[in-house]
Design a protein around this ligand. Structure first.
Ligand code: FES
Ligand SMILES: [Fe+2]
Length: 412
């Protein structure tokens, strides 16, 4: 059998500096660490356990002390760089498995079993990270700890404290790791033109983009689409009362959400692990379902039971389809990254621009901190651009797009 090698790349995909178009840039970009990132479901780490989580190639030991509190330290012992995630939790401390050096939750070395005639342990510390638990998820702040208290987590009052004495909405939570870049996942969940992939479940059936607007770091979009038209799901959605012909979505950097008629919503929190791996935490939440064939709301306990079934029979299988598709896209990109990007949805390009701009802003700030701010980076149009601190957009700024980013080929 003859093999088509003519369009394959022998080398790995380009780095950010080597990238020659927006798609290559975004697939090489990380995410700004100065945000809170969901790193694990709280229920997966029991008191006394330690696990490794990774934020953009940076291994972190996440552990839970006996009192139930979560703590996070760099996943390396200061002694010989052994991973602390193979160690043990003792009280509120983490003990390295090799020689038993013990760290408190601030990362300070507090005990060495064998001090070689020292009266006290060496004065060393490893990095600790701010951690909090919300919505059943453990959140970690991988960036500048001083910014952690300023940066808010998304509010989801519908599932914590609904208005008007309403009961918390019904939720479905799904978490999994996907062998694809985080931008492919954000593209996937925000670009409804892949209704074909879900033709069996029909969560949405067409994608006319009627509104697209980037405000600061957030890309808002509205599609005209028929939501919840599956054979079974459509019976539980009150299509008469709700406007299920429109869906609003937003890439609210670094998170993503959707809203249908203020009653069907989701949030997606991504954890970027590396260029080809992303962990995803979805929370889907629903205000009410109706009794099939009747205009009556399902009682909450029944709705919870229906959601359990819906998760197993529709939501998780549907997300599996997305996962297969984006993992195939990653494989395709690894082989054919030099192919001309053909993008038909303008929303995808806007989201990719935000991702690249935020990542470049982070790199520029790091370079300024390290005194390398005079470095020049070659832009996509071949000109050198000064990426010094003065030009770095801050995380709250809505910086003008670098001209280089506007250079993506688009099919029309
Ligand atoms: S490597 Fe951790 S105590 Fe020696
Ligand atoms: Fe999908």
């Amino acid at each position: 059998m003859s093999k088509d090698v003519s369009t394959q790349n022998a080398s790995a995909p380009p780095s950010l500096d080597e990238a020659t178009n927006l798609r290559q840039q975004v697939r090489a970009s990380g995410m700004d660490p100065n945000y809170w990132y969901a790193v694990e479901e709280a229920r997966n780490v029991k008191p006394g356990q330690v696990v490794e989580v990774v934020f953009w190639k940076q291994p972190i030991a996440l552990y839970r002390s006996e009192d139930g509190a979560f703590h996070a330290l760099d996943n390396r012992c200061a002694h010989r760089q052994v991973k602390l995630s193979i160690g043990q939790v003792s009280g509120c401390d983490l003990v390295c498995e090799y020689h038993g050096w013990r760290y408190d939750s601030s990362g300070r070395l507090v005990h060495m079993p064998d001090t070689f005639a020292r009266s006290e342990p060496l004065r060393v510390s490893i990095r600790s990270y701010p951690v909090q638990v919300r919505y059943g998820l453990v959140w970690l702040f991988p960036g500048d700890p001083e910014l952690a208290s300023e940066r808010e987590l998304p509010e989801i009052p519908e599932i914590t404290n609904p208005e008007d004495g309403e009961k918390p909405w019904g939720t479905v939570r799904v978490a999994f790791t996907c062998a694809a870049h985080h931008s492919m996942i954000i593209d996937n969940v925000s670009d409804l033109s892949h209704a074909f992939l879900h033709r069996r479940y029909r969560p949405f059936d067409r994608a006319d983009l009627t509104h697209l607007e980037t405000r600061g770091d957030n890309v808002h979009m509205t599609y005209e689409s028929h939501v919840g038209r599956g054979r079974i799901s459509s019976r539980f959605v009150d299509h008469k009362r709700l406007d299920t012909d429109h869906i609003e979505l937003c890439y609210e950097y670094p998170y993503q959400w959707s809203n249908t008629s203020d009653e069907i919503k989701h949030w997606l929190f991504v954890l970027p692990i590396d260029e080809q791996t992303t962990r995803m935490f979805f929370i889907f939440y629903f205000k009410s379902f109706k009794v099939p064939a009747l205009p009556i709301r399902l009682p909450r306990p029944v709705m919870r039971a229906v959601l359990k079934i819906a998760d197993r029979t529709m939501i998780t299988p549907l997300l599996r389809q997305d996962r297969v598709a984006v993992e195939a896209e990653q494989e395709g990109y690894n082989r054919h990254w030099s192919q001309r990007p053909l993008e038909v949805n303008p929303a995808v390009r806007e989201m990719q621009q935000v991702t690249v701009r935020k990542w470049q802003g982070h790199l520029d700030r790091e370079a300024a901190k390290n005194g390398t701010s005079t470095e020049t980076r070659v832009s996509l149009n071949g000109n050198s651009t000064d990426n010094g601190a003065a030009s770095a957009p801050t995380s709250n700024e809505s910086a003008a797009e670098p001209a280089a980013l506007a250079d993506q080929s688009a099919a029309s």
